[in-house]
Design a protein around this ligand. Structure first.
Ligand code: GCU
Length: 686
């Protein structure tokens, strides 16, 4: 049973005999690169394993293209195939990592041909995942990624803990060093590869310079060697002050030649161990981290220092995080606003970054809240390339003790039209590089899997990792079809399983929003430390800037240009006009952009305060249906996963009631406005 968790959606459950018998017999698997460390060879092994598990066929990896293959699965790059057999004219030009899959090619062969070796393994997984879902249809098509950068970020610390990790200790580090047993690392790479994610940054963005110790550099080599056969590359997060704290230099000033030499030297050492390092992630001048501003240099000076160090080694990039803000902001100043920080810092630097710098932008202006508008920085860079940062770890979304399926949230952001220069500028087209002609851009996501047997802390939450990979490849994939595919692959083909999981998943985000924070007020959790559980009072009165400005009469952040922080004005004019005006601001972002009395009437006709009360009751009531729905799956799936998930959903249902009462009582206490339906605070006031 533990196995099923570790396999995630790659269970390859056996088909019933009648289905397997209807599938033609495969004679052999031909791999066009026989090196055991190549993704093509790994793909061959995976297809061998998959066909055995799904269809009961036992097939050898054998044979050569130069014979006359028949009923063979042929796996390799397009180039390797063409050099022996000539070009296949019907294969279109593929992008980096793209692939061609033809299940009914000449002589009954299956062709799985990648633009590169990574593409070949992606094609192999596509072939298997179709079979695993009982989809035996012929396929003859090319598939290409929307963007070249499709990464995940792990926030793993060297001591083995994981920042905002909810699934046990790190699979990479323990006691200050890289672990010796790479079993989980390989299993992790397999999952990432199957959803076409091509890189993982292995250590916390709040980085530790001891990563550069000799033992750890060797450790990084072992991690990279383990992941490479799956087509997954690694990157690392850097601590900006490493020259000073680790290298013994008097400064880490990015314009100091000795500091630059130090980073060049370290980079050479890293590349000696990991020749295909994918790059560096930098969190600087954020939440107490040092950075270029600490030395009176610009953020571009800092980023470019790393960019120049990487240049000699191929295609490595600097992912420079836009999450730069002052966390000691003074709330007594009405116009202060953390949401302004990214544009304030980065817009004016737009033409100053080296071409291998990519600015990594959290999807919203604050911090992965249950609802935010998209980050205005996504519409303010032109020359500097950007990547969007999502968060698969449910930090503010219940930390894997609640289940929130995030594909619908991500789709809303990716589908959002920013109207740059009054032209269509949908975020997925900005991120893909198409809209602004960026040569390299894309996606990353904070993931935080751990050594727990569920990987992520909740079986259902693995759907978020799967969905993230699917959307980074094709941002037009539908949230419903993604969850259905995932449910089939993870739990089985029975309709009740698929319908139940789809229903719970699709209702999970709106439900969580209802009981955790409405109208764009953010997730009303504890802000100071845990980011978990209801604590609406903790939002204000501190420097973190996740404020609600709730008082006895009114609530919300005035982000208008006219009377507030001016944040609405950071969006392109058409969007700015919508948010500047309270009439055109959608209700679900009302309190994000406007400060209004509790008695303000929404477009629904309800007052803000009554809406709060009602939504919290509705959301909490709806959460009660999740364990009831789930109970339908008893006996249809294995007991272990059934019970573990049932427990989590039951807990969520209970905690939703706590959320409801905490938030409603808090605002009742502040506003003293009774609930029109006589539920809230009855025991206190009447
Ligand atoms: C959040 C999170 C921190 C993290 C930070 C980041 O604020 O709570 O733990 O370090 O984001 O993204 O850097």
């Amino acid at each position: 049973t533990i196995e099923t968790g570790l396999d995630g959606w790659l269970r390859y459950a056996p088909h019933p005999a009648e289905t397997s018998n209807s599938y033609r017999a495969i004679s052999n698997i031909i791999v066009l690169n026989k090196s055991k460390t190549s993704p093509v060879y790994t793909a061959g092994k995976e297809v061998q394993d998959g066909l055995r598990r799904i269809l009961g066929q036992k097939i050898e990896i054998s044979g050569e293209l130069s014979g006359t293959p028949s009923s063979s699965v042929i796996i390799g790059t397009v180039e390797a195939f063409s050099s022996t057999c000539g070009k296949i004219p019907e294969i279109p030009e593929l992008k980096e990592d793209g692939f061609w899959l033809n299940t009914h090619a000449e002589n009954d062969c299956v062709h799985i041909l990648g633009e590169n070796e990574r593409g070949a393994i992606y094609g192999a997984f596509e072939y298997l995942m179709r079979l695993a879902q009982g989809n035996l249809n012929h396929v003859k098509s090319a598939s290409n990624p929307s963007a070249p950068i499709r990464w995940v970020n792990q926030w793993d610390n060297l001591d083995g803990s994981i920042e905002r990790g909810y699934a046990g200790p790190s699979i990479f580090f323990r006691n200050g060093e890289v672990v010796t047993d790479m079993t989980r690392v390989a299993q992790f790479a397999r999952l990432l590869s199957s959803i076409r994610l091509n890189a993982v940054v292995v250590n916390n963005v709040n980085a530790n310079p001891k990563l550069f110790s000799k033992t750890n550099l060797d450790g990084l080599r072992r991690i990279a060697d383990t992941m490479r056969p799956w087509g997954v590359r690694i990157g690392i997060s850097l601590y900006f002050d490493s020259p000073k704290k680790f290298g013994g230099l008097p400064t880490s000033d990015p314009l100091d030649p000795a500091v630059n030499d130090w980073w060049k030297d370290i980079t050479a050492k890293v590349y000696e161990k990991v020749p295909d390092l994918v790059g560096y992630t930098i969190k600087a001048n954020s939440e107490g981290q040092p950075g270029p501003l600490s030395y009176n240099r610009t953020l571009a000076d800092g980023a470019n220092m790393f960019a120049r160090a990487l240049k000699p080694y191929g295609d490595g990039v600097v992912m420079y995080r836009a999450f730069v803000y002052n966390h000691h902001l003074d709330e007594s100043v009405w116009t202060n606003d953390r949401a302004n920080a990214a544009v304030d810092y980065f817009k004016e630097l737009d033409d100053q970054f080296e071409d291998n710098v990519i600015v990594q932008i959290k999807w919203g202006p604050i911090d992965f809240q249950v609802r935010e508008p998209p980050s205005p920085l996504l519409a303010n860079l032109r020359k500097t390339k950007g990547a969007i940062e999502f968060q698969v770890a449910q930090e503010y979304l219940g930390q894997q003790s609640h289940y929130v399926y995030m594909a619908p949230l991500w789709r809303e952001i990716l589908d959002y039209d920013m109207r740059i220069d009054d032209k269509p500028s949908v975020i997925r087209d900005i991120v893909s590089g198409e809209r602004l002609n960026w040569s390299r851009s894309g996606y990353t996501a904070v993931l935080n899997i751990g050594s727990d047997s569920t990987w992520i802390g909740h079986h259902l939450s693995m759907s978020n990792l799967y969905a993230y990979g699917r959307l980074a490849w094709n941002p037009l994939a539908s949230s419903v079809s993604i969850i259905q595919d995932w449910a089939r692959l993870t739990f089985g083909l029975n309709e009740t399983i698929i319908d139940t999981i789809t229903k719970i998943s699709m209702e999970s985000w709106p439900t969580y929003e209802k009981y955790s924070g409405n109208l764009g007020i953010q997730t009303l959790c504890d802000i100071i430390y845990t980011h978990y559980g209801p604590s609406p009072g903790s939002q204000d009165g501190n420097g973190w800037g996740q404020w609600t400005r709730a008082n006895a009469h009114s609530i919300g952040m005035d982000r208008t240009v006219a009377t507030g922080s001016g944040n609405a004005g950071q969006y392109p004019p058409e969007i700015a006009a919508i948010y500047e005006n309270i009439e055109t601001t959608p209700d679900d972002l009302l309190l994000w952009f406007h400060h209004v009395p509790y008695t303000h009437r929404l477009k629904s006709g309800k007052t803000v305060i009554q809406h709060f009360y009602d939504e919290h009751y509705e959301g909490a009531a709806h959460a009660q249906t999740f364990p009831i729905e789930w109970a339908k799956l008893e006996g249809l799936i294995d007991d272990h996963r059934f019970k573990q998930t049932a427990f989590k959903l039951q807990y969520q249902a209970g905690h939703a009631l706590v959320w409801r009462d905490s938030v409603n009582n808090f605002y009742f206490g502040k506003s003293k406005i009774p609930d029109g339906k006589n539920r809230v605070g009855n025991h206190i006031w009447r």
